[in-house]
Design a protein around this ligand. Sequence first.
Ligand code: UGY
Ligand code: MN
Length: 248
Amino acid sequence: MTLTGATRSKLSRNYSLMCPDSHVPLNLPQWKNCQVIYTASPEMGAKFCQFLVNMKAGGSFCSESSSDEFLLLVLEGEIALSFSGETHHLQQDGFAHLKAGERFELANRSESSRLLAFQKKYAPMPDTGDAVTSFVSSLPQIPAKPFLGDDGALLQALLPDAPAWDWGVNVFEFQPGATLPIVEMHFMEHGLYFLQGQGVYRLGSDWHLVEQGDAIWMGPYLEQWFAATGKVSSKYIYYKEMNRAPRL
Ligand code: UGY
Ligand code: MN
């Protein structure tokens, strides 16, 4: 039996852990027949937004043209995504990158679908010689590479690592017992969502048991470390600032 009044969720000065039992769904006018759950936003200190969307039958969304870029991952169901005059059908593990200024529309194509979104203001850099693009793909299409030579910790980079790109979104898969090799500390913040399995996350001087469905925001310079536990591999997707120095 769940103990009423207890949760693993926690908000600290420079991190948050939000577990599904703390979700408070929101109806937003732009998201028709959808429920939106923000798991990270500027209100908590993050410089980006991370949110989950439950799309009901007939659920849809029409974006505005803005300086924000989006990474969308389908967690469940099927969603039609239209941009630049084309419509793409994304199923579970399908994802899309929408560059800043790209107008796009989403329509739920199954009884109910679930979507994870990262949204950030693009930080332009002139004269990089390359350009950010909008595209669709799916997780199985992305090669998984051992992280710093460890076969137990595989990293998939969903976005190109090139100068015009100011963010990276990666999927990390850890075999039970595998860990991050060091306690990391960096100015870049993270938004993270657990896709599978469980483990222990060190966030600053706190240690948290985490599992599928949990969302984490890690602020700048937060000490961070992870160890995978349980019987199946643990998998999380996370956002990271890339190719830009801190701004004064
Ligand atoms: O890319 C990263 O900074 C990553 N290794 N951090 C993390 O998984 N917490
Ligand atoms: Mn990190």
